[in-house]
Design a protein around this ligand. Structure first.
Ligand code: UDX
Length: 463
């Protein structure tokens, strides 16, 4: 099928590249020329395992193109994905101005055949109908430009633009760091809309994924496809992220109680996770959730509820537990080292989670700020940030190029991000380089006994 994806952030680029990989003809549109140039050469502007490979293969197979030309993309696609950002405003509301600009742009370029316009961006509930309205506005604007010189006489009609389209909501559930894998191995595909024709086209688009042709385990039954109305599809995205964020805040709360009563939250999580009603995923206690989705989507859902006269108390509590949790490492450092003024603290990991270069709403940023406020010197090592230009954008932290240099002279280390390579560092050597070998394991990632053997005072979260 012919597909146009507008916006090449995480969601747009991964969607475009994966759809090209399964055989569709894809044009990705972005208004950032530099980025388009980079992608044309087969390079991904984001760090995402496996993404550059499928981009390069699809470019070589002539299945994907990158352009800044929205009009060209719109005329190419039977299916047009809107995948631009919806960053949070200070109020917690989503900023939908980019979605609006794209919807209007699509309207001004629509002409001829039937198109499905797909909302892939996480948009406030009710946006499906709103996008439809903006696209129609765009069509009307274009129609006005077609008025002949001298205007239209009363007995004359404006030349009509024949544009037929439907809007579908198709929320995205991919995780950063495993975005390509998640696209080919989804738990479900959600399609919201009331046009059987549009839904049928979307089902055709996703058929190879539904049939698990590109899945790790091809013997599994087909991926469930859930067809709903527009608002329910939009709500599913918010509810899924809000549930997962709440689940993490819940286990973090349990961890804090474990710390006080002397229980081990990792064993507790195992014990409750074996209950199939609870499930064992997203029960890792630590320094809280961050990233580009959970904080933004929970805030937006609280805001929407508020707009409709409902106070989302549980969600607000999940947020406030998370805010407190982000500083739990500071509390633990104070317990271990007492005064932090004049101490040197080394952070292992900066990104909000492993296998990504994303620092958006990363707990590390709160830690750096709070430690600076308390007069500590902060150093850090991160497998990606240390090697990239990202380190230059950080203030209040000295970014080291390797873990040994980080440890040198530190009074304590904090595991902030559970990068796999942190499992096998030479901790014995690192302990020797430190003034106080204290390890605050903010992700319960390391083996406490191994760390003690390496010479560390080991402090986890709730264990
Ligand atoms: C999330 C959702 O998982 C995904 O479905 C949605 O499309 C976008 O938001 P992502 O933000 O990439 O994906 O990361 P995820 O792996 O879900 O982790 C989110 C945050 O929760 C991270 O800060 C992570 O460290 C934290 N987390 C996760 C925990 O603290 N404990 C856990 O058990 C799991």
């Amino acid at each position: 099928m012919r597909v146009c994806v507008i916006g090449t952030g995480y969601v747009g680029l991964v969607t475009g590249a994966c759809l090209a990989h399964i055989g569709h003809d894809v044009i990705c549109v972005d208004n950032n020329e530099e980025k388009v140039k980079l992608m044309k050469s087969g390079q991904s502007p984001i760090f995402e395992p496996g993404l550059s490979e499928i981009m390069q293969n699809s470019i070589n197979a002539g299945k994907i193109q990158f352009t800044t030309d929205l009009g060209g993309g719109v005329s190419h696609g039977e299916i047009l994905f809107i995948a631009v950002g919806t960053p949070p405003l200070p109020t917690g509301e989503s900023d939908t101005r980019y979605v609006e600009a794209v919807a209007r742009g699509i309207g001004t370029h629509l002409n001829g055949g039937y198109k499905v316009i797909v909302n892939k961006s996480t948009v406030p509930i009710g946006s499906g109908d709103w996008v439809r309205m903006i696209v129609l506005d765009g069509i009307a604007e274009r129609q006005k430009t077609l008025v002949p010189a001298g205007g239209v006489r009363d007995d004359e009609q404006l030349p009509e633009i024949t544009a037929q389209f439907d809007v579908v909501s198709n929320p995205e559930f991919l995780r950063e760091g495993s975005a390509v894998y998640d696209t080919f191995n989804p738990d479900r595909i959600v399609l919201g809309g009331n046009s059987p024709k549009a839904i049928a086209m979307m089902e055709q688009l996703y058929a190879p994924i539904v049939e698990r042709k590109y899945a790790e385990d091809q013997s599994l039954p087909p991926v469930p496809v859930l067809v709903t109305d527009l608002s329910s599809a939009e709500m599913i995205k918010y509810a899924a992220n809000a549930f997962l964020a709440t689940k993490i805040s819940f286990i973090n709360e349990v961890a804090n109680i474990c710390d006080r009563v002397g229980a081990d939250v990792t064993q507790v999580a195992k014990g409750i996770g074996l209950d199939s009603r609870i499930g064992n995923k997203f029960l890792n206690a630590g320094i809280g959730w961050g990233g580009s989705c959970f904080p933004k989507d929970v805030a937006a859902l609280i805001h929407t509820a508020d707009d409709y006269g409902y106070e989302a108390q549980l969600l607000k509590a999940a947020v406030s537990v998370n805010q407190r949790q982000r500083l739990i490492a500071v509390e633990k450092l104070q317990q271990a080292l007492k005064i932090l003024k004049g101490k040197t603290i080394g952070l292992l990991g900066l990104t909000f989670k492993p296998d990504t270069d994303d620092m958006r709403d990363a707990p590390a940023l709160n830690l750096i700020e709070q430690l600076n406020r308390l007069g500590a010197k902060v150093k850090a090592y991160d497998p990606i940030v240390s090697q990239s230009g990202l380190r230059d954008g950080l203030t209040g932290v000295l970014v080291e190029t390797d873990p040994q240099r980080l440890a040198d002279g530190c009074d304590a280390l904090v595991i902030v991000t559970e990068w796999q390579q942190f499992k096998t560092l030479d901790y014995t050597q690192m302990a020797k380089l430190m003034s106080h070998p204290v390890m605050i394991d903010g992700r319960n990632f390391l083996d406490p006994e191994m760390m003690m053997r390496a010479g560390f005072q080991y402090i986890g979260v709730g264990r």
